[in-house]
Each structure stands twice: as structure tokens, then as C-alpha cells.
Design a protein around this ligand. Structure first.
Ligand code: MTE
Length: 313
């Protein structure tokens, strides 16, 4: 997806950073705290990954999802050079952006922690490039984290500090955002679940909501993704979910990346239709049919995308 079409989601605005003034610090539970300049990172061996990034707030059919090629240095290499100590559990990733939170108007810094094994996994990158170009300011220049398969909030932009820690981090964007809660059916107590990895999800790109189509055959198309699982199959319904037909996958499914799908649809008669799509991953997992209304917070919104359209002469 071209950078100019890729969604931007920033809680605190875009900080302005001079590349040559910027450095990345790795400290905390490490034997050799270290700093890297942008040029030093650029001189290290780089790796590329194609990764679909979706904001945990994205609603079915919403535009807060994109796919890009990211290039940079594995975070594991930096942590290895710094020498993580035995009792370390998490890496707290800190951005350069600070300000007042959009809703609560309290001063905050954007920071998120990752379990250490996730920070050390081969795919987790400190990315310097997006689609073959240096990151743009909006997407995190000079460097951002890419955590394949995790929702967008984990992909910290304007990365300035990695603090290795033995205790769970309870910063604002961990404690106050990015969890779902529902009442326990017996006790009524809230059960809190942090938002982490993406699940399987799909969307219809064409037709669009409210579109009028002429009678005859139409190509329904869209995309499906499954975090770091692989999309196994996609099905389309034109009768509000009573019957399902397999769609054709246009890309070879690969982990961490969306696939485009299409389906040739011949509406049997004129009238109103509700088109729906559902995807399955390689474990056979699929999407919830409907929104879970018992849940507090709208994150991880994977219920089916429905597009209502009319077929008319
Ligand atoms: N990193 C920082 N430093 N500040 C932010 O506000 N937003 C996060 C994440 N990284 C954010 C951040 C969220 S919620 C998402 S969905 C992704 O960045 C969006 O990345 P993009 O703007 O490059 O699409």
C-alpha cells in the first residue's frame, strides 16, 4: 500500500526530530547500556518484512489497516549487544512524542512494553524504511518498531529509548488504553484482557455501503488478514449469512500479510442485499458473527463486515 494512502494514527501529534540529533538508547536491565545514532543503525545489516498493520480501534470495514514493506535492524540484535540480564521480562519502548492525552487531558509520553521473548523474536524490527523510503515524519521517522502480528499500538513510532525491565510496565497506554473488559457472568466483576495480537479479519472493498448495482454479474473484492497466522480461506454471503460461497484468493497467503480476494457474484434478482465476508486462518479460527455487546472498549473489532447494496434496473 503506498505510503500516501497508509493510515496515520498518532495519539499526541507528530514530534519534529532532527535525524542527526536523534539517538536510540537501550538501558535498564542490561549489562552494557548503549546508544546508536541513525547512521550507526543504517550501517548495520538490515532486514525487510512485509507486515500488515491494523489499529486495534479499527471497525469492520474501517480504513485503519495497511500493508507495507518495512526495513531495519532486528531489535534482538540491539538487545543482544546490550546484553539483557537474567531476570529481565519486558522491553519498554518509548516514543519521542509527549503531550496531553486526547480524552483525559493528562500529560503523557507514548510508551508500550513488549514481553521480552516478543522483543527478541526474529521478526521484530527497529524499522528505518517503509516501502523502500526513509519513514515519513507521520509514520515514525527516524525509527519505529514493527512487531509482526500485533495490533498497531505495539509498533511504537519515533522510538528513542528501549528500557529493559524486570517488572510489568503500567504506563498510560498500557493501563488506561488497549484492553477489553467484560463483566464476569457470575460475579459481575470486570475481567480485563490486554489487547495484543491481531486475529483473523476480512473486509469488502467493493461494492461499497449503499451502492446501487445494475443486474448481471459483479466482482466483489476485498482483503483478509490473520495477524501472523496465514489466511486459509475466505467466504462470501449475499443473503445475510445464511449461505456462504468460497472466494478466490488473489495472492499466495503468507504469515503477517493480508491477501486480496475476489468473488464473481450474480445477484439472482433485483432488490436489497447484505453482502458479508468471513475469513479462516490456518488453525480454522474465524471471526465472530456479531459485535460482543457485553464488552467494554471497542478494540479488536473482528465481527463480520456487512455491505448493504441494491440491485436495480
Ligand atoms: N507510536 C507513538 N510513539 N505514538 C503513537 O501515538 N500510535 C500507535 C502506533 N505507534 C502511536 C505509536 C497506534 S495506536 C497505531 S495504530 C500505529 O502506531 C499507527 O501507525 P501509523 O500511523 O504508521 O499507521
Amino acid at each position: 500500500m503506498p505510503v500516501e494512502h497508509f493510515f496515520v494514527r498518532s495519539h499526541l501529534g507528530t514530534p519534529s526530530i532532527e535525524r542527526d540529533q536523534w539517538k536510540l538508547t537501550v538501558e535498564g536491565k542490561v549489562r552494557r547500556p548503549r546508544e546508536w545514532t541513525w547512521s550507526q543503525l543504517k550501517e548495520m545489516e538490515q532486514e525487510s518484512r512485509t507486515v500488515t498493520l491494523e489499529c486495534a480501534e479499527n471497525l469492520p470495514g474501517g480504513s485503519l489497516v495497511g500493508n507495507a514493506q518495512w526495513r531495519g535492524v532486528p531489535l534482538a540484535r540491539l538487545l543482544e549487544e546490550a546484553g539483557v540480564v537474567e531476570d529481565a521480562r519486558e522491553a519498554v519502548l518509548e516514543g519521542a512524542d509527549r503531550g496531553l492525552d486526547e480524552l483525559e487531558m493528562v500529560p503523557v509520553t507514548y510508551a508500550r512494553s513488549l514481553p521480552l521473548d516478543e522483543a527478541m523474536t526474529a521478526g521484530t524490527l527497529v524499522a528505518l524504511e517503509m516501502n523502500g523510503q526513509p519513514l515519513t515524519p507521520e509514520h515514525g521517522f527516524p525509527a519505529r518498531v514493527i512487531v509482526p502480528g500485533w495490533y498497531g499500538m505495539a509498533h511504537v513510532k519515533w522510538l528513542t529509548r528501549v528500557r529493559v525491565s524486570a517488572e510489568p510496565f503500567r504506563g498510560f497506554y498500557m493501563a488506561k488504553r488497549y484492553f477489553t473488559a467484560r463483566r464476569h457472568p457470575n460475579t459481575g466483576e470486570p475481567v480485563i484482557t490486554p489487547v495484543t495480537r491481531m486475529g483473523v479479519k476480512s473486509r469488502i472493498d467493493s461494492p461499497v455501503e449503499g451502492q446501487t448495482l445494475s443486474p448481471g454479474s459483479h466482482v466483489v473484492r476485498g482483503r483478509a488478514w490473520a495477524g501472523c497466522r496465514t489466511v486459509e480461506r475466505v467466504e462470501v454471503s449475499s443473503d445475510g449469512g445464511r449461505s456462504w460461497t468460497p472466494a478466490r484468493l488473489q495472492d499466495t497467503p503468507a504469515p503477517c500479510t493480508w491477501v486480496r480476494w475476489s468473488h464473481t457474484w450474480e445477484p439472482p434478482r433485483t432488490g436489497a442485499y447484505a453482502l458479508q465476508v468471513r475469513a479462516f486462518d490456518d488453525r480454522g479460527e474465524t471471526q465472530p458473527l456479531q459485535q460482543d455487546l457485553g464488552r467494554i472498549n471497542r478494540y479488536d473489532n473482528r465481527w463480520l463486515h456487512t455491505v448493504r447494496c441494491a440491485v436495480k434496473h
